[in-house]
Ligand binder design. Structure first.
Ligand code: SAH
Length: 457
């Protein structure tokens, strides 16, 4: 199995510095499954190529696997492991090119971010038609693939599912290595090692700066974590914290079950719809998941979506622009902060704050209470927030850790109740508390909701 990397940006042999491997020598490293070698077929000022060749011992693999299972079949000796790019290759990359992969270069640190004129070649990689392009093109690569015939001597047999892949881009070397580190095992169907929780951390660090915005992010994450739904949900939650939060489904299947966040949004949307309000405010709307549900699922004539993050509102506006004008025109998107009095919010029948309050520092939260419950004073207010007690069930959260880096706090059920009771009493509301998500007997539900209604309203 091999990977070659060519740099054509003068001085091309800078590649050797970045890879920490001198072009004049052959470098060897022994790995649990075989031997890795790095050598340079060419190393001139205009063009320099490094090859990582990994000799996998397929018989040893079958033996060790067979020994565990108590038997092995002859057919298993014939497998693609020695030549197809796979998770073995990424283990080798991290072992022999670890420094470059971690974006370090002790001798010439200024070179790390320097874009190189790169060409990477993987002569054998398995993928269904079109997938390689979908993975690499959004990252800015020029992609060239050629399918290998099933048998070169028998063209009538047609093509195999193996490709010869060439990627070209002008970018820093560490970015190329990180893309390969994540995407090669995602493409490989037989990841050789057990996928455990530390894989999430690897995925997050190697995916930093590109994976969260990749159009195939969720697919890549699931495949990298080999369809272990619980792990991939956790990883996706960390990559896109507000889009999906982990649930405790243990299934290895990739069922299209709704996520906790979907459940939360569906619940709030249904409860608002049941009130049949003339106007509703989605406060801290983010990219507008609730707003879009309300537009599609209800006929509420006036929906105000407000957030302090301009970038989120841009995304929301782009999504709204895809809706028919008659639907889109029911929404008004406004940039504003919930800690300042805002007359645009006055007179709404209902308001929702879905996973918003935990993003504010305590003194700001007090300002928000006044803005929402005293000034805007909608007849009904729905507030959701995580239930901290449930965090004990997220194995990758350290004790006392929060679900998202931007959370300023997370409350237990009783802390949320105390806050809700105090706010209701101070501003003339009645409040009821409800669980969101499947309840654990001891830790309660993953999320919680307070439903405020103006007294006598
Ligand atoms: N309600 C959305 C987004 C939740 S994330 C959803 O359920 O998908 C929390 C949101 O609160 C972020 O979009 C953040 O920008 C917003 N937010 C934080 N502080 C805010 C403030 N002071 N005013 C308005 N929005 C705020």
């Amino acid at each position: 199995m091999f990977l070659s990397i060519t740099n054509r940006r003068p001085d091309a042999t800078d590649l050797g510095h970045l890879l920490h491997k001198h072009p004049a020598r052959v470098h060897e490293a022994s790995l649990p499954f075989g031997l890795a070698r790095v050598f340079y077929p060419q190393a001139g000022p205009d063009e320099c190529t490094a090859v990582l060749a990994v000799d996998v011992d397929p018989v040893g693999l079958v033996r060790s696997d067979g020994a565990r299972k108590g038997g092995w079949a002859l057919g298993q000796y014939v497998n693609d492991r020695p030549y197809a790019a796979s998770s073995f290759l990424t283990v080798a990359i991290s072992r022999v090119f670890g420094t470059a992969l971690n974006a370090r270069c002790t001798k010439r640190p200024e070179m790390v971010e320097q874009p190189l004129d790169l060409e990477a070649r993987l002569p054998v990689i398995q993928a269904p038609e079109g997938l390689i392009e979908k993975l690499f093109e959004p990252l800015g690569y020029q992609v060239e693939t050629r399918r290998h015939p099933l048998d070169p001597a028998l063209p009538a047999w047609g093509e195999s599912r193996y490709h010869d892949l060439v990627l070209r881009a002008n970018r820093p070397l560490y970015e190329l290595l990180r893309h390969l580190f994540v995407l090669v095992p995602a493409l490989d169907r037989d990841k050789h090692y057990w996928v455990g929780r530390d894989e999430i951390d690897k995925l997050i660090t190697k995916g930093e700066g590109w994976l969260s915005d990749h159009p195939e992010r969720d697919w890549i994450t699931r495949r990298y974590l080999k369809y272990q739904r619980r792990l991939s949900n956790e990883a996706i939650a960390r990559l896109a914290p507000e889009e999906i939060l982990p649930d405790h489904a243990d299934s290895l299947e990739l069922a299209a079950a709704p996520t906790l966040h979907d459940h939360r949004l569906d619940t709030v949307a249904a409860r608002i719809a049941a009130l049949n309000p003339a106007s509703v405010a989605d406060l801290g709307c983010g990219e507008g998941k609730l707003t879009r549900r309300l537009l599609k699922q209800t006929r509420i004539p006036r929906i105000i979506a407000m957030d302090v993050a301009a970038r989120s509102l841009e995304i929301l506006n782009e999504r709204l622009d895809r809706l028919p004008e008659s639907v889109r025109s029911r929404a008004t998107v406004i940039l504003g902060s919930l800690i300042y009095r805002d007359s645009r919010l006055a007179g709404c029948d209902a308001a929702a704050l879905v996973e918003v309050i935990e993003h504010l520092d305590p003194d700001r939260l007090e300002a928000l209470e006044t803005v929402v419950f005293a000034h805007a004073a909608p007849r009904h207010v729905f507030v959701t927030t995580p239930n901290r007690e449930y965090n004990a069930l997220f194995e990758n959260l350290k004790p006392g850790g929060l679900r998202h880096a931007d959370h300023r706090f997370e409350w237990t059920r009783s802390e949320f109740r105390q806050w809700a009771d105090r706010v209701a009493a101070a501003h003339g509301y009645q409040v009821t508390l409800e669980p969101l998500g499947e309840e654990h007997p001891e830790h309660g539900p993953p999320s919680q909701m307070a439903v405020f209604t103006i007294s006598g309203g």
